[in-house]
Structures are given as structure tokens and as C-alpha cells.
Unconditional design. Structure first.
Length: 652
């Protein structure tokens, strides 16, 4: 098809496009900004070339830089992915002018659908209705105000050139209209360089439904069924599925027919998506807009149809006729996609930054992960927050949900906050099986969402992880006797350094003190003398900077936990298995033995001094009594948790 493809994008979609191009034997050319020198798409491509600084406006959003790179490296085609330049006529036209194939619709189609106002007029002229409102050329405040009053409130002001959920303002009462309009226009001009707006009645229980279209350059347009993308936050999709659940056949028919009619009317000649909004319970879907590009949520369509949409897109761009007839497109089973974003669902979905310290993608039948990150990836403020997508496919929706849940339990993304725990609660919510509307999040979590508080068992696991980490740090230090501790393994019973007291502070709340002890039956966490039961389904643990990061049952946690230290900076000894035993608090060398068998001791008397990392660690008797036994002598290396001194307690 093509010798080579330049991918003018980044993140998960660049990686996903590279995979298909590679399978088809094409040379893959990545471009990257200064913030992406170590990005996954750069590593995956056959070759990669810098195009500018971190700010997208000066790199990924500059058509002339993309074209220059394509010419310099002899790219046969350019795939724009989604976002960035994917719907920019200018880049498509530049490709044409420079003899490079544009993997997308012809500039004519992009232009026809680029403005929501014109797209809606076009739709209307082909019998496809839009949400009642005003889509006119007269943009004077007086006219818009009069139209708004006629439509009625609440009303939505939308930037005609808007996208990605941006450029929309809701107005609830006529008194607010003029002010909101002025702000909307100013924002639209700043964000999109076009201040035209349209007005739409606010649909109260909206379902977002969309149709995947595929047209070729020979005049044929087919649909690849619909998707339901109603679970959204800030007008942006979070969960998408195919086929749309609870959709009456006659409404589905109307939806698919409208989309194909519209696509055919403009001679649509690539992959594209016609978006609709449907008032839950109604039977009249309203056309919203057409996205003339590959969509974020295309994998759910791939799952149910068995097609590779990027391959299809490449073939169409190469001039091939659609390889399938409409009646050969069959939908099998149900597929659901979750967008795993670097965002805090407990704080208005605020973007999170950081570096991915641990990463593991779930695997299993019917599970797919499209990721743009790996261990070590940096999440920077320059681009959108999508890290990866988790997609499940199964014969039934119920089974797909179960697979998603299993995938979420296995997924590990530590080091940067994500919405993983929130999505777990979304897919487990009883309302997830009902008709989904864009009000889902507001209704399912009326008081906002926050993670269920960590269980005691989880805090125990955190304490154990912190203790083991302290042990490993001691082991790793290239000091004196510690070189002898080869074979010491974090996590083995003998190797646990830390008969250790750990202060755990969940979610900035009250600190909790937990003792970690190595007993005959393994490592245990105890709080106030009581064993804590192990938590369920721990996916991974990572300790850094006094914080334990782990995933339990699909919820990622970052919990502060530090082994307590005394005034000398030495780890405090933990509660021993029994109050009468003195254990080695860390692996170390016995520096002093201060007692002998038969000697009387008081609680708090130091009985042994351990040397660990050149620190002297005093181990006191916890109980008063007589020394029954001393295990070990000066100079001996002991493992953490080793029994050093036994005390015969005072009678009574
Ligand atoms: P999809 O409909 O494919 O799910 P979204 O609306 O979520 O697409 O947007 C996909 C990506 O494209 C996001 O990264 C979004 O920020 C970006 N995007 C879409 N339209 C625009 C636009 N007009 N300007 C800037 N970014 C956009
Ligand atoms: P964008 O170009 O940003 O994707 P859309 O017109 O596709 O803009 O709308 C994005 C989302 O905003 C929709 O999926 C829907 O959730 C919400 N929305 C759009 N129009 C309406 C409306 N008239 N009433 C209620 N919600 C709407
Ligand atoms: Mg949209």
C-alpha cells in the first residue's frame, strides 16, 4: 500500500497506528516534541524525528513542520490520528500539494463538516434533524438573544468551531444570556480563531450515540454500527461501548440510516463518525456533528466487527475500494472501552502530572489495552490526560463488564494519579446496566466520588511494604558487613529486615502505627497487638519517598508510610512476637551483647546493640524478667526478625 507512514500524533493513538502500519509492512516515522523525547511512540516507530518544543502550538499543531518532516524523511503518507491536526483542511491540502497521501477524508469533506453550523444545515437539507435551536449566519447579539428566547431555556451556546468538549456554555435563564454569550464568543475566538456560535436547546437526559462510517473514493459509504458514549465528564467521553445498549431497533435503524445518508450526500471518503444526541426515551436522534477522523473509541467498533479500522483507513487513502459490503458487516457481542486518564476524579477530574513508576497492562481473553505509556513515562502538562484505554469484548454485555472489572483489577499504573478506581466504581454501579445518559456520573455519585477508605488490611500491607523497602535499602547499601548479605531477598520471611514499627498516614488523615513482625508463619502486620488480615487482590506495590503505591482491587493508592525512627535516626524496634522476645529490628551485625543468661532486666533496658548501615540500633527488653537465652554473639550477621534474646518474665 504505502512504503512508509508518518504519524503526526503522540500517545496511545500514535502507538496504535504504528502497530497496524508495522503489521502491513510499512516503515513507521514518528515525530515528537521536546517533551516527548523518551515517549513510547518514539521508541516504537522505525524512526523518529524532533519537530519542536513541548508546546503543541509550536510542534504537533504546526502543519508546515509536519510536512517538512514528511518530505525530509520521504514519508509516503501522513496519518494524523485524532485531535491535533486531524481535522485541519490546511494539512490535508498541504499533503495533496506535496504529493503525500493524507490518511483522512478529502479537504472538501473536512471543510463541509468543520463548522457545526454548516454541518447542521447540510444535515437538515438531507432530512437529518439537529437539536432545535439556531444555526444561522446572523451572529449579532440581538438576533442570538431573540433566537435563544424563542428556543427557551436552559440553552446551550456552542462554538461552531469547537471540539473536544470545549467551547460550550449552558445558560439557564434569559437574564444571563447576553453575558454568557459575550464570554462564549471571546473564548471561541481565543481557542478556535472563530467566534461564531450556535444555540441548542439543552437536552435534559441526553444519550450520546454515534455512528462509525466508512466511505471510499469510489462513492460508496457504509456504517459499522453505532457506539454509545453517554458516560462523560465535562462534555468529554469516559466510557464508550458498542453496540448501544437499550436501543430500540427502530431508533437504531433511524440512526444508522441518517448517518449513511449524510455521509453519502457529501461523498464522504474516509473513516468518520456522525454524532447524535437522543433524549432518553425519545425516538428521534438529533445530529450533533461529524468528526472527520479516527475516533478515540474506535476499538469497540473493531471488537464487534472484527475489522482493523486503521487498516481500512489506510486502504481507503490508498484508493482501494471498500473491501466489504454493508451486509457483510456483522456485529458480534458487546465491547466497552474505559479511558484511563491522568486525572483526579475526587477533585473535579483535575489533570495529574508525574512519572509512571510502575506499569503493568492486564492480559486475558477479550481484553485489549491501547497504551501510550510504560514504566518511566512522564505525564507532562502539555497534552491531554489520556494514558491508555482498556477495552473488553465478550459475547454478552454482562460478560464484557466482568472482563473489564478483571482488567481493572490487574491494571497497574503507579506514580501518577489516575481515574482507575473511579472507573471501577462506574462499572460496578447498578445503574451501569440501565439506559446510560450523560447525567450518569452526577446521578450515580450525587455527592461526588471519593475512594472507599482503605481497610485495616490494606494499611497492614502498606506497613509491610514500607518495612520491606527499608530492609532492601539497607541491603542495597554497599557498606561493610552488608556485602555479606548476598542472598537476602526482600519478601522472603528470613529476609524481612523489619521487625519494624511503621507509621502509616492514609489520605493525609490520622496516622496509624502498625508493627511488622516476622513470625514462624510469615510476615504479619499488627495494630494494637491484633493481627490485620491480608487485603484482597493486590496488583503491585512500589515504595518511594516515604510513600507506598499499590493497587488493591482495581483502586490505586498512594499512602504515606515511614518506619518510625528514634532520636538517633534509628528505626524503632517493633513489638516482638511475644512481649518477651527481642528480635532483630533490621538485618545487621550484632555490635554488643549487654546481657547474659540469668541476668535480671527492667522493661526498656537495652539488651543488644545492632549495627546497621553504620548506625547503632539499641534493642530494649519490652518486659522485665530474667534472661532465658541469648542467640548470637558480637560480630555475627543476623537477618531481620531474627530472635536474639528470650526473657523469662517476672512471675505475676
Ligand atoms: P472522540 O470523539 O474521538 O472521542 P474527543 O472529542 O474526545 O474525540 O476528542 C479527541 C481528542 O481530540 C482529544 O484529545 C481532544 O482534546 C481533541 N480534540 C478534538 N477536537 C478538538 C479541537 N477542535 N481542538 C482541539 N482539540 C480537539
Ligand atoms: P464537541 O465538538 O466538543 O464534541 P458536541 O456537539 O459533539 O461537541 O457535544 C459534546 C457533548 O456535549 C455531547 O456528547 C453531549 O454530552 C453534550 N451536548 C452537546 N449538545 C448538547 C445538548 N443540546 N444538550 C445536552 N447536552 C449536549
Ligand atoms: Mg463531539
Amino acid at each position: 500500500m504505502f512504503e512508509s507512514v508518518l504519524i503526526a500524533n503522540r500517545g496511545e493513538i500514535a502507538c496504535r497506528i504504528i502497530r497496524t502500519c508495522r503489521r502491513l509492512g510499512m516503515r513507521t516515522i514518528a515525530v515528537y516534541s521536546a517533551a516527548d523525547t523518551a515517549a513510547l511512540h518514539v521508541e516504537m516507530a522505525d524512526e523518529s524525528h524532533p519537530i519542536g518544543p513541548a508546546e503543541a502550538a509550536n510542534s504537533y499543531l504546526r502543519p508546515e513542520l509536519i510536512i517538512a518532516a514528511a518530505l525530509a524523511h520521504r514519508a509516503s503518507a501522513i496519518h494524523p490520528g485524532y485531535g491535533f491536526l486531524s481535522e485541519r483542511v490546511e494539512l490535508a491540502a498541504l499533503c495533496e500539494a506535496n504529493g503525500i497521501v493524507w490518511v483522512g477524508p478529502s479537504p472538501r469533506c473536512i471543510a463541509a463538516m468543520g463548522s457545526k453550523i454548516e454541518a447542521k444545515r447540510l444535515a437538515a437539507s438531507h432530512g437529518v434533524p439537529s437539536v432545535p435551536g439556531y444555526h444561522g449566519e446572523d451572529q449579532s447579539p440581538e438576533r442570538l438573544r431573540a433566537e435563544a428566547d424563542a428556543v427557551g431555556y436552559p440553552i446551550l451556546i456552542k462554538a461552531s468551531a469547537g471540539g473536544g468538549g470545549r467551547g460550550m456554555r449552558r445558560v439557564d435563564a434569559p437574564g444571563r444570556f447576553s453575558e454568557e454569550l459575550a464570554t462564549a464568543k471571546a473564548e471561541a475566538m481565543a481557542a478556535f480563531g472563530d467566534d461564531r456560535v450556535l444555540l441548542e436547546r439543552l437536552i435534559t437526559r441526553p444519550r450520546h450515540l454515534e455512528v462509525q462510517l466508512a466511505g471510499d473514493k469510489h462513492g460508496r459509504v457504509i456504517h459499522l454500527f453505532e457506539r454509545d458514549c453517554s458516560i462523560q465528564r465535562n462534555y468529554q467521553k469516559l466510557v464508550e461501548e458498542a453496540p448501544a445498549p437499550h436501543l430500540p431497533d427502530e431508533v437504531r435503524r433511524k440512526l444508522l440510516d441518517s448517518a449513511v445518508r449524510l455521509g453519502s450526500a457529501i461523498g464522504y471518503d474516509s473513516l468518520g463518525t456522525a454524532e447524535f444526541i437522543l433524549e432518553a426515551g425519545d425516538s428521534e436522534p438529533y445530529f450533533l456533528e461529524m468528526n472527520t477522523r479516527l475516533q478515540v473509541e474506535h476499538p469497540v467498533t473493531e471488537a464487534i466487527t472484527g475489522l482493523d479500522l486503521v487498516e481500512l483507513q489506510l486502504r481507503i487513502a490508498a484508493g482501494e475500494a471498500l473491501p466489504i459490503q454493508q451486509d457483510e458487516v456483522v456485529a458480534r457481542g458487546a465491547a466497552i472501552e474505559l479511558r484511563i486518564n491522568a486525572e483526579d476524579p475526587a477533585a473535579g477530574f483535575r489533570p495529574q502530572l508525574g512519572s509512571v513508576s510502575r506499569y503493568a497492562a492486564p492480559e486475558g481473553p477479550g481484553l485489549r489495552v491501547d497504551s501510550g505509556v510504560r514504566e518511566g513515562s512522564e505525564v507532562t502538562p502539555y497534552y491531554d490526560s489520556l494514558l491508555l484505554k482498556l477495552i473488553a469484548h465478550a459475547p454478552t454485555r454482562e460478560a464484557a463488564v466482568a472482563r473489564l472489572d478483571a482488567g481493572l483489577r490487574q491494571l497497574v499504573v503507579l506514580g501518577v494519579g489516575t481515574n482507575q478506581g473511579f472507573l471501577r466504581d462506574v462499572v460496578r454501579h447498578p445503574a451501569f446496566d440501565d439506559v446510560l445518559t450523560t447525567r450518569f456520573i452526577a446521578e450515580a455519585f450525587p455527592d461526588g466520588w471519593s475512594p472507599t477508605p482503605p481497610s485495616d488490611g490494606l494499611l497492614g500491607a502498606v506497613a509491610i511494604a514500607a518495612a520491606r523497602h527499608a530492609a532492601a535499602a539497607i541491603e542495597a547499601a554497599p557498606l561493610g558487613p552488608w556485602g555479606m548479605l548476598t542472598g537476602f531477598r526482600v519478601g522472603t520471611r528470613a529476609g524481612l529486615s523489619a521487625a519494624c514499627r511503621v507509621q502509616v498516614r492514609p489520605g493525609g488523615g490520622k496516622p496509624v502505627v502498625i508493627d511488622v513482625v516476622a513470625g514462624p508463619d510469615g510476615v504479619r502486620a499488627r495494630r494494637d497487638g491484633t493481627d490485620l488480615s491480608a487485603p484482597g487482590a493486590l496488583a503491585a506495590v512500589h515504595v518511594a519517598d516515604g510513600t507506598v503505591y499499590l493497587v488493591e482491587d482495581g483502586v490505586p493508592w498512594a499512602i504515606a508510610a515511614v518506619p518510625l525512627v528514634d532520636a538517633l535516626g534509628q528505626p524503632a524496634a517493633a513489638a516482638a512476637d511475644s512481649a518477651t522476645d527481642v528480635l532483630a529490628a533490621t538485618p545487621g551485625m550484632i555490635a554488643q551483647v549487654l546481657v547474659e543468661v540469668g541476668q535480671a532486666v527492667q522493661p526498656g533496658d537495652v539488651v543488644i546493640v545492632l549495627e546497621a548501615m553504620k548506625l547503632m540500633l539499641s534493642l530494649p527488653a519490652k518486659a522485665g524478667g530474667r534472661i532465658r537465652a541469648v542467640h548470637g554473639a558480637v560480630g555475627q550477621i543476623v537477618t531481620g526478625g531474627a530472635l536474639l534474646v528470650e526473657i523469662e518474665p517476672d512471675a505475676g
